[in-house]
Design a protein around this ligand. Structure first.
Ligand code: IPE
Ligand code: IPE
Ligand code: MG
Length: 233
């Protein structure tokens, strides 16, 4: 990165609009997910190479998305496997750190061990942290954190905000400064409700497969114009 611009430290993205992108082209919804997976890759590359952003968290599959038609869910899982296979070889080369957020216990053993392997490989890299949220739901995450605290023998009557933060899937990472949602909807859909308490929210009508470096820069420019008060004046 060769500029002196201010960047959010942690950007989170709700990658929405794949289905509508495909439907507009009279293609099956799955075609939108395939192009969307490429958009994810190019966005991570761009942030890693051209900006001062340190963390990228993307919402890839929610705890509620299992209610979609079987063939659509199957296609998203196929893309996840494909992406993980390719990520393995390019992680070190691209110097990206990859983590998966969510209740990963639902995934078959081969996917989980691959997630662990990618996580371990990331110990060797020093670039952008990329969190992929899969089978992720913010409420589910908070319940999981509270249960983990109780199981650890914590004094539950005196649990603090820091205790909960330390047991979320994002433990050890800074809160998102900027949450971007593509695809025209203005809602969070159960994404980073705890961590996003003071995030700036940027909504764009652009459908995720059409999201580009130009859109990223537009969001960054908008972010620089915000006055973050955190409850102060
Ligand atoms: C986001 O795109 C990707 C996932 C939720 C997996 P959608 O599939 O929700 O696309 P739209 O909102 O139906 O256009
Ligand atoms: C949010 O998008 C989840 C992801 C982008 C993975 P949805 O398309 O599932 O959200 P709703 O249903 O419009 O709220
Ligand atoms: Mg959607």
């Amino acid at each position: 990165m060769e500029n002196n611009l201010i960047y959010p430290r942690h950007v989170a993205i709700i990658m929405d609009g794949n289905g509508r992108w495909a439907q507009k082209r009279l293609l099956p919804r799955k075609a939108g997910h395939a192009v969307g997976a490429e958009t994810f890759r190019s966005t991570a590359d761009y942030l890693n190479k051209n900006t001062g952003v340190e963390y990228l968290t993307v919402y890839a599959f929610s705890t509620e998305n299992w209610s979609r038609p079987r063939d659509e869910v199957d296609e998203i899982m196929r893309l996840l496997r494909k992406y993980m296979d390719e990520a393995c070889s390019s992680l070190l080369e691209k110097n990206v750190r990859l983590h998966f957020l969510g209740d990963l216990t639902i995934f078959p053993e081969d996917i989980r061990s691959e997630m662990d392997r990618l996580h371990a490989l990331s110990e060797k890299t020093t670039g952008l942290h990329v969190n992929v949220a899969v089978n992720y739901g913010s409420r589910d995450e908070i319940v999981h954190a509270v249960r983990a605290l109780a199981a650890s023998g914590a004094d539950m009557e005196h649990v603090t905000e820091e205790d909960i933060t330390a047991h979320l899937y994002t433990a050890g990472q800074p809160d998102p400064d900027l949450i971007i949602r593509t695809g025209a909807e203005k809602r969070l859909s159960n994404f980073l409700l705890w961590q996003g308490s003071y995030a700036e929210l940027y909504f764009t009508d652009v459908l995720w497969p059409d999201f580009s470096a130009k859109e990223i820069e537009a969001a960054m420019t908008w972010f620089r114009g915000r006055k973050r008060r955190f409850g102060n004046v």
